[in-house]
Design a protein around this ligand. Structure first.
Ligand code: KG4
Ligand code: ZN
Length: 343
């Protein structure tokens, strides 16, 4: 009988629960259900995530979301082999709701608790079964260069082998300041686009000219590190010179900003591929849903992989995937040790 895990994700503004399973030596984890309740509507009026509102809403919604995940998988609590939960990094109050719920359930059911780093989750979104853009992924594609691009991080990893281990230890570089997603969100806000900015900027950019404005592509030297804080400043300064920001101009700004971010990501992954001789490339995290990034990656002469959009942005299935491999390696907490688990 294969192990069945309940996974919980509450690190930011998505409240999510998923049921996953896999056979012992599987390369991919099977998702039986993945319920995501997004708090976007609650935070939209403030133009960003309000931590206190996020944790209070997780408290209300998490039991409902867990119940739905079990129902969709047609399982009961007694069918669970272990519980995986995001314990870091993230909003502390939001994380605490997930961790407290998971440890109480694991202790009460007398099953193992698996603490999962949110970034391990994003990296393991590559090992979820049934994704069209990953159908050709095989052991041949390793070592693989992976660019994790989210609202809080822009990191490069060289994943040496499969089955995956603790992938975070394979980090090559990171952003020295803002993350790519943060750059999308802050620039979108400057343009008056709704929260969450990345998706809206991506959509507005489709009607715009990516060469309308030239924005800086920083750290273009030999480093694999990223930097995006200068872009937001350049956009803010340029917008000060505009007295009539028409819809067409917003589209041109969006396309030009997106181009600067995407070209910077491509410049760094090209350098990373050159430095590491990686056999393939993958993008994970919220920004990897970006349409221009997906379009331009096809121009690189290397096999490239993206998770499906529902596994790019925050979700519990990816926490289940990372948790499942940790569970197989015996990286679990049992009994009273579970009660000490913290965010
Ligand atoms: O991975 P994620 O859901 O949460 C974090 O762990 O941060 O990533 C959220 C980020 C946000 O900055 C959001 O604007 C960005 O991903 N994002 C996008 C797109 N969809 C989401 N950025 C650019 N284009 C998109 N289509
Ligand atoms: Zn995330």
């Amino acid at each position: 009988m294969c192990a069945v895990l309940l996974a919980i994700e509450t690190s930011c503004d998505e409240c999510s629960a998923s049921i996953v399973t896999a056979s012992v030596n599987a390369m991919f984890v099977k998702v039986l259900s993945n319920v995501v309740y997004s708090q976007v509507n609650l935070h939209q009026v403030y133009g960003g995530v309000v931590p206190e509102i996020a944790s209070r809403n997780h408290l209300e919604m998490l039991p409902v979301v867990i119940d739905q995940a079990l129902k969709q998988a047609q399982l009961n609590f007694s069918d669970l082999s272990a519980i995986a939960v995001t314990n870091q990094p993230g909003l502390i109050g939001a994380l605490l709701v997930g961790v407290s719920t998971a440890k109480t359930m694991a202790y009460t059911l007398s099953i193992p608790l698996v603490l999962v780093n949110h970034l391990e989750g994003h990296l393991h979104s590559l090992f979820i079964e049934g994704q069209p853009h990953l159908k050709n992924l095989s052991a041949e594609n390793f070592p693989m260069l992976v660019c994790l691009v989210s609202g809080g991080h822009t990191n490069l990893y060289l994943i040496k082998d499969h089955p995956p281990g603790a992938l975070l230890s394979e980090k090559l570089s990171e952003s020295r300041d803002d993350a790519a997603g943060e750059a999308f969100d802050k620039c979108a806000k400057l343009l008056g686009l709704p929260y969450p900015g990345g998706l809206h900027l991506d959509q507005a950019a489709r009607q715009g000219n990516p060469r309308a404005y030239a924005f800086p592509m920083p750290l273009s030297g030999n480093t694999l590190d990223f930097s995006f804080s200068g872009l937001k400043t350049a956009v803010a300064l340029k917008l000060k010179t505009e007295n009539n920001l028409t819809e067409n101009k917003v589209a041109d700004y969006s396309a030009s900003i997106q181009e600067a971010i995407v070209q910077t990501l491509l410049m760094k992954v090209k350098l990373g591929l050159h430095k590491t001789n990686a056999k393939a490339l993958a993008f994970v995290g919220g920004v990897s849903a970006n349409s221009r990034l997906r379009e331009l990656v096809t121009t690189l002469n290397v096999p490239s992989f993206f998770p499906s959009p529902q596994y790019c942005t925050d979700n519990a299935a990816m926490i289940g995937a990372a948790g499942w491999f940790q569970y197989q390696r015996g990286e679990v907490l049992m009994g009273k040790a579970q009660l000490k688990a913290n965010a």
